[in-house]
Design a protein around this ligand. Structure first.
Ligand code: AHM
Ligand code: MG
Length: 335
């Protein structure tokens, strides 16, 4: 039973001992994410009021228009993470290359690298639909005392020490794991404090929601087409219901609470789908597994994939265990 008054700050301190490296540094890192989340939340909430929405004019590495809030969120997270002597490198979906932090860490003593998608689903901002921030934390693999290298960022997802997201929705929540289950905290905007509202979050094993951009249907692999038809078929507890926000964090969050599966398959338009392994799929997969769910590229466990480049994309199927396994069954059968 949740202690209704437990704040995120208290929770971090109380659970520090359970973390295997338990030096307090990871706690401090999560605290800096908490701080950046509040700052970004404040700005996201103002989006309808001020002339901040719309393209900033830049085009990011994926060739998409960047919006001003993406840039703002990117800057805030990088700034906040750089300010404490914990992080040695950051990779962001909005940056072409990773950032080596050496201004404050001249002797390269910091241990952690952070990968972020500062504002995922940002095309939804203009229409007042929920967006999110996704983060993923690893210990560096190169020796302390040397600058970070690409190797520190291209680690398999199963090496993550923490991951989470912030959803800027009807209420703002921070949901994260350090490998001991998933806990969700809701922001009380009046006083700027996150409270533990969703302890030990779990995906129901089965669900009735499938979340996929069906506009891409004709381009999907046969296995995915067959799965969608299966969901729509009137038989047993089917047809299922379709819910797609187009904002991964929000679709994932809803499916974790209600039971469902999110799919961004490969298609004849995008041979690896759209989502990025390092900034989106790995952190969500870690959370999913910690919440008794599953994440796969249709055949392989996401967390076991060896990344080869920073901005690599993979097909993504994630959510309630039995539903993800059903998708995998359809993929195998269509081979
Ligand atoms: P982004 O990182 O450019 O915002 O793209 C990721 C988003 C996900 O949040 C969402 O699930 C997906 O793109 C929606 O894509 P589509 O419009 O192709 O369905
Ligand atoms: Mg994104």
């Amino acid at each position: 039973m949740a202690n209704k008054k437990q704040t995120l700050g208290e929770f971090i301190i109380e659970n520090q001992a359970a973390f295997k490296y338990s030096s307090g540094e990871l706690s401090s890192l999560i605290n800096s994410i908490r701080l950046a989340a509040k700052v970004v939340n404040h700005e996201v909430n103002k989006a309808g009021l001020v002339d901040i929405i719309g393209a900033a004019g830049d085009v990011n590495i994926q060739g998409e228009d960047q919006q001003k809030l993406d840039v703002y969120a990117n800057e805030k997270f990088i700034q906040t993470l750089t300010n404490r002597n914990i992080v040695c490198g950051i990779a962001s979906e909005e940056e072409d290359d990773f950032i080596s932090i050496n201004s404050q860490d001249e002797n390269h003593q910091n241990k952690y690298v952070v990968l972020i998608d500062p504002l995922d689903g940002s095309s939804n901002i203009d229409v007042n639909v929920s967006v999110g921030t996704i983060f993923s934390i690893y210990r560096r693999v190169t020796p302390i005392g040397t600058p970070v290298t690409i190797e520190d960022f291209l680690q398999r997802g199963n090496q993550q020490v923490a991951a989470g997201y912030v959803v800027y929705g009807t209420s703002t929540m921070l949901v994260y794991t350090t490998g001991h289950g998933v806990n969700g905290f809701t922001l009380n905007p009046a006083i700027g404090t996150f409270y533990l509202s969703h302890p030990n979050m779990q995906f129901p094993e089965n669900g009735h929601i499938y979340s996929v951009n069906e506009g891409n249907y004709i381009h999907f692999p046969q296995g995915i087409k067959n799965y969608i038809k299966y969901c729509q078929k009137e038989e047993g507890d089917r047809p299922y219901t379709s819910r797609y926000i187009g904002s991964l964090v929000s679709d994932f969050h809803r499916n974790m609470i209600k039971g469902g599966v999110y799919l961004y398959p490969k298609s004849s338009l995008n041979s690896n789908g759209k989502l990025r392994l390092l900034y989106e799929c790995n952190p969500m997969a870690f959370l999913a597994e910690q919440a008794n769910g599953k994440a796969s590229d249709g055949f392989t466990r996401i967390l076991d994939i060896q990344p080869t480049e920073l901005h690599e994309r993979v097909p993504f199927v994630c959510g309630s265990k039995n539903m993800v396994e059903k998708v995998e069954e359809f993929m195998r059968d269509a081979q």
